[in-house]
Design a protein around this ligand. Structure first.
Ligand code: ADP
Length: 602
């Protein structure tokens, strides 16, 4: 409470009023009391002097002027002792005839004493002064004694002023003590009330302070029903609504952060001076930055991509949405990013910053390129046999006199080209079928051993034609797969076809199928021409052929292995090749077995 400024402001004013008023009352009281006391003394002096006038008159009438009566002195002395005052009787010429405390002989002429002068002139005189006889302050009251109009002399009654002083001092002490007690009690009561007033205010200040620093759970205990109570209730209500608003803001911010973090696009939010306010992980990863180190930095200092900086500048200057693209092409990885920059405005339309959205379209771009290449390649591949067929048939049609044998030869060639065209179209349709989702519906459980056996059977005429030796080591037990039966059958056909195609006459082919853990491993080995290491990965690309002319001659389309790889991938498997030119090639396909297959469970 003593640290409260309000308390001291209130209390110091109150204390000043108390001290000041006690002082005034004390002074007035003590002055009034001294006046009363003086009045009392004067009254008692007056009464005594009036009485003494009677005695003095007799004495002054009886005693001749030259005589000093001893009896008279004795009477006055006794009277003085009884009335506890000094009594003096003085002749009109100033000589003392009797005094209750001093011998009249030793006393000087009193005619010039101020009280006597006043008594003679005004009928009554009162003074206080230091008495040489008594050696102390005395108050004197003198009255003239008259017999008719004749002045007989004066009587004087005096009292020691010290008596009065003692009484007054005592009175003043009493006033001082009581005034001090009253003042102390008043100050203590004031302390209590000032504290009662300021304490709830200090508590409220503390709570309001805590609320302003984010502690929204703090509340003030409201017991008063007055204005202070209303203020406390208002602060409590304010704290409650602040807490609710804060919760809403936090929720909103968290939601925004989650959206930010969960976006596939990279987002950078900058303020008016282009300092980064937010950047999500996707944007940081795209630009090779760390989120923490970028916050608060000017964007042009950390992001060294001219396209982004230019787009941002343009968006900020023109207040429009700017679209740009950044394209970083490299050997291993192409990075293509669409950039959208938009300026942000507040409700008054003032620019408050900008937001940059980065959309990584590298994959899309790559796919688009593959699609374009594919279309170009496919058109080219289709065009070759069509052109050939067209040329051959036109020649036959134009030349009516063509010899029979030449015509047959031309027709044979046109037929071969049409077969090639048919294979090409079949392969293209296979690719299209594999890439459409429809193949999902044709999934079933089947035995791959049986499929491979069928493929080998179908390849028999071709093998025999080239006198190829076949070594087959197929699993005795069925190996169940779950997937597209037709596709897996095509996988085996393509591999066996290639082995036959690329192996010279009288070579050998080995086909193995076994279970390895949860996988079915199909191995197709040949003693053919082999593939150089630099081509070994490329042969799985669409339309890629090591030796174009040879492949074409053999009726190849360049799509066989890409179809095999696609099928293996779609079934959760993989394909690998080992080959040495001139010695032969081994293609190995691993395919996961059906999980409920009795064989795989073993
Ligand atoms: P193609 O229809 O030309 O055979 P593939 O996609 O099946 O197309 O094969 C691509 C290329 O890989 C072939 O052109 C050939 O050069 C090479 N290749 C495929 N299989 C073999 C193999 N068994 N022996 C040697 N080369 C092969």
């Amino acid at each position: 409470m003593f640290r409260s400024k309000l308390f001291w402001r209130l209390y110091s004013g109150y204390a000043a009023i108390i001290v000041f008023s006690t002082l005034i009352v004390g002074i007035l009281l003590s002055r009034q009391l001294s006046e009363n006391a003086t009045q009392d003394i004067e009254n008692s002096l007056s009464v005594r002097s009036e009485l003494l006038t009677e005695i003095g008159k007799e004495m002054l009438l009886q005693v001749p002027s030259e005589v000093i009566e001893l009896d008279l002195q004795a009477t006055l002395q006794e009277l003085g002792t009884r009335t506890q005052s000094r009594l003096t009787i003085i002749r009109p010429d100033g000589r003392v005839i009797a005094d209750s405390e001093e011998s009249p002989v030793a006393m000087g002429n009193h005619l010039q004493r101020p009280e006597i002068i006043d008594a003679r002139d005004t009928g009554s005189g009162i003074t206080s002064r230091f008495s040489q006889t008594q050696q102390q302050m005395m108050i004197y009251k003198a009255l003239p004694v008259r017999d008719g109009a004749r002045l007989l002399g004066f009587v004087r009654v005096s009292l020691a002023a010290a008596e009065v002083d003692i009484q007054l001092t005592q009175l003043r002490r009493i006033i001082l003590i009581s005034a001090s007690i009253v003042a102390i009690i008043a100050l203590l009561i004031g302390l209590y009330f000032a504290n009662r007033f300021t304490e709830p205010l200090s508590k409220m200040t503390q709570v309001a302070e805590a609320i302003s620093q984010g502690d929204y759970e703090r509340r003030i205990n409201v017991s008063e029903t007055d204005e202070i109570g209303s203020l406390a209730s208002a602060i409590n209500r304010m704290a409650r609504s602040s807490a609710t608003r804060m919760d809403e803001i936090t929720l909103e911010r968290n939601r925004l952060s989650s959206i930010f973090a969960g976006m596939v696009e990279g987002v950078i939010d900058v303020d008016q001076s282009q300092k980064i306010v937010h950047i999500n992980q996707v944007a940081a990863d795209l630009l090779g930055l760390s989120v923490q180190s970028c916050i608060g930095q000017p964007i042009w200092e950390v992001v060294r991509v001219a396209e982004i900086i230019d787009a941002l500048e343009q968006a900020l200057n023109n207040r429009e949405i700017v679209k740009a693209q950044m394209r970083h092409l490299s050997e291993e990885d192409d990075l293509v990013v669409d950039i959208y920059a938009a300026s942000l405005q507040n409700e008054h339309g003032d620019a408050i910053g900008a937001v940059v959205v980065l959309h990584n379209i590298s994959e899309l771009d790559h796919l688009e390129r593959i699609r374009r290449d594919f279309v170009a390649n496919a058109s080219h591949e289709l065009k070759t046999p069509i052109t050939a067929i067209r040329g051959l048939t036109e020649t036959i049609l134009d030349d009516k006199e063509m010899p029979e044998t030449t015509r047959d030869e031309f027709i044979q060639k046109a037929h071969a080209q049409s077969l090639r065209l048919s294979t090409l179209v079949t392969d293209l349709m296979t690719i299209s079928r594999l890439e459409s989702d429809q193949q999902q519906t044709s999934s079933s459980v089947f035995d791959i051993v049986e499929l491979v056996r069928l493929s080998l059977l179908e390849s028999e005429p071709a093998r025999n034609e080239k006198q190829l030796e076949l070594n087959s080591a197929l699993s005795e037990k069925p190996l169940l797969l779950f997937g597209d039966r037709q596709a897996i059958s095509q996988l085996a056909d393509n591999l066996i076809d290639n082995a036959i195609k690329y192996t010279d006459v009288a070579g050998s082919i080995s086909v193995g199928l076994e279970q390895l853990a949860q996988l079915a491993i199909l191995t197709v080995k040949d003693s053919g021409i082999g593939i150089s290491p630099q081509y070994q990965q490329r042969i799985f690309e669409r339309f890629y052929r090591v030796d174009k002319a040879r492949s074409r001659e053999l009726g190849g389309t360049g799509l066989g292995l890409s179809i095999v790889k696609n099928i293996a991938d779609r079934h959760g498997g993989n394909i690998s090749v080992e080959s040495q030119p001139g010695i032969g090639s081994t293609f190995k396909v691993a395919l996961p077995l059906h999980s409920r297959s009795p064989e795989s469970a073993k």
